[in-house]
Design a binder for this molecule. Structure first.
Ligand SMILES: Nc1ncnc2c1ncn2[C@@H]1O[C@H](COP(=O)(O)OP(=O)(O)OP(=O)(O)O)[C@@H](O)[C@H]1O
Ligand SMILES: [Mg+2]
Length: 249
């Protein structure tokens, strides 16, 4: 379903380049619920944004059901995302002046979902927020906001859900609701990729992938053509090795 192949991504801040993803590959099949684990700063969010069409990699390809995600005009990419990908961000990104119900319905406008109202209400009941429909995000606890973000991601029934620490701010009971929903969603034939620091959340996934393992696998493979020159530079090679070592458990 979702296929990331030899992804490279660096950030340059004040002239200093930091290679975060150095040839990382990962596949998530339909029906799979994959937990992506690794220390802070190891590139998990970067990988998720890249997978979701929000951050173009420097090299490598992202495909959804064989279709390249990047390489289309911005508007077409936005439409593709709206139709195929649901995000649960680390910082929720709720619209502050919309109510809970409106926030959940909002992305479905772009994806033209039928019965959005009815389905949004149902989902909000499922995540235990039936009595918060007309609240604004500022009137919610952090855990409640997290669950609104989850309901919003599920509403359009995207092929892929990308969730960045969706249980990070939740108590045990709410975390269980969120994980149950993600599991159920994957079992319905969707692909779920979830970043988590939590053992209990990872244990419920159908597969656990460690960031360090992805980086180590990447080092064993030849780089794509456009980066061949860099790969022969011993400085780059040793920098990649250092990244993999730093993030090994
Ligand atoms: N927009 C950016 N500009 C410059 N550097 C960035 C940017 N975004 C992330 N980084 C750096 O890239 C590295 C990976 O960041 P990323 O957010 O992907 O890590 P993470 O594994 O999600 O960490 P956490 O578990 O803390 O959320 C970090 O060192 C971070 O400082
Ligand atoms: Mg992160």
């Amino acid at each position: 379903m979702l296929e990331l192949c030899a992804i490279h991504k660096s950030y340059t801040t004040r002239g200093q380049r930091r290679d975060v993803l150095c040839g990382v590959s990962l596949q998530v099949q339909a029906g799979e619920f994959v937990a992506l684990c690794g220390p802070s700063g190891s590139g998990k969010t970067t990988l998720l944004l890249t997978a979701g069409g929000l951050l173009q990699p420097d090299a490598g390809s992202v495909r959804l059901r064989g279709d390249p995600v990047y390489g289309r005009p911005a508007e077409a990419l936005a439409a593709f995302r709206a139709e195929n990908i649901g995000f649960v961000f680390q910082q929720f990104h709720l619209v502050p002046y919309l109510t809970v119900l409106q926030n959940v319905i909002f992305p479905s406008l772009a994806a033209r979902v039928a019965d959005a109202q009815v389905r949004a209400r149902k989902l909000l009941v499922t995540v235990g927020l039936e009595d918060r429909l007309s609240h604004l995000p500022t009137q919610l606890s952090t855990g409640e906001r997290q669950r609104v973000a989850l309901a919003r991601a599920l509403l359009t029934e995207p092929r892929v859900i990308l969730a960045d620490e969706p249980t990070g701010n939740l108590d045990t009971a709410s975390a269980e609701i969120v994980i149950d929903q993600l599991r159920l969603f994957s079992q319905g034939g969707h692909a779920v990729l979830m970043v988590t620091h939590e053992q209990t959340a990872a244990a419920r996934a159908s597969r656990v992938v460690q960031m360090a393992a992805l980086l180590q696998e990447a080092l064993a493979k030849p780089l794509p053509g456009c980066l061949q020159e860099r790969s022969q530079n011993p400085e780059v090679r040793s920098q990649n090795l250092r990244i993999a070592r730093d993030f090994a458990d």
